[in-house]
Write a protein that binds this ligand. Structure first.
Ligand code: PGA
Length: 225
């Protein structure tokens, strides 16, 4: 089953979460058997989204980040085990926006993966070129096969210009050689118009902009089937 991860980034209020689920719930029963959806809201909305998902067992709760440290005196950080306690199953780590704006290093990402795995979460690790080799080198081999992976070309994120499948394919192959059978997703301006192409070479997609409006997201889910 293809994996579609909705990364809401720093979007939405509690009211907008209510609206999103109201619209999605109306039609969701038609799609629930064909696609594995993970919804990753901002951390402050995780509890609210967890409650919505109680009625939708096929959709899973995702987080956009976790602490590289265990539980303890780390003000502002959200420990992986705290995420588990609110129902999170998957945590995005190493998104290029985290690497760029929050100065996360490859070692920080490796530490987050270790914390996530220890807590029982599936890390969805974002990688990009030309840094792929260094990003992979920081992660212990025994962790790699336990993660999900997302190749997100920097120039394709949020701009509406997706990277052609022919350019994504060699990177997916390089990643495949390093991570064994782990699922590999593509991310970067994925929409209903292009999702099917990516599913010929990878196991899913990480979707930002087109996950925000229920109409766009549902069209994308329909295009997967
Ligand atoms: P986008 O974002 O779909 O808006 O390009 C993808 C991502 O950054 O995860």
């Amino acid at each position: 089953m293809p994996i579609i991860v909705a990364n809401w980034k720093s979007h939405k209020t509690t009211t907008q979460v209510d609206e999103w689920f109201q619209a999605m719930l109306a039609d969701w029963w038609q799609h629930q058997d064909q696609v594995q959806v993970v919804v990753a809201p901002p951390a402050a909305l995780l509890g609210q989204v967890a409650q919505k998902l109680a009625d939708l067992p096929e959709m899973q709760l995702g987080a956009q980040d976790c602490s590289p440290f265990p539980v303890g005196a780390y003000t502002g950080a959200v420990a992986a085990s705290t995420l588990v306690s609110v129902g999170v199953k998957v945590v995005i780590v190493g998104h290029s926006e985290r690497r760029q704006y929050f100065h996360e290093t490859n070692q920080d990402v490796a530490n987050k993966i270790a914390q996530a795995l220890e807590a029982g979460l599936t890390p969805l690790v974002c990688v990009d070129q030309p840094y792929l080799a260094a990003q992979l080198a920081a992660i212990p081999d025994e962790h790699k096969a336990k993660c999900w992976w997302a190749y997100e070309p920097l120039e394709a994120i949020g701009l509406g210009v997706n990277q052609p499948v022919a350019e994504v394919e060699p990177v997916v192959k390089e990643l495949r050689a390093a991570v064994g059978q782990a699922p590999i997703l593509y991310g970067g301006s994925v929409s209903a118009a292009n999702i099917a192409e990516y599913l010929t070479i990878c196991q899913g997609a990480l979707v930002g902009g087109k996950s925000l409006e229920p109409r766009d997201f549902e069209a994308l889910i329909v295009a997967v089937q």
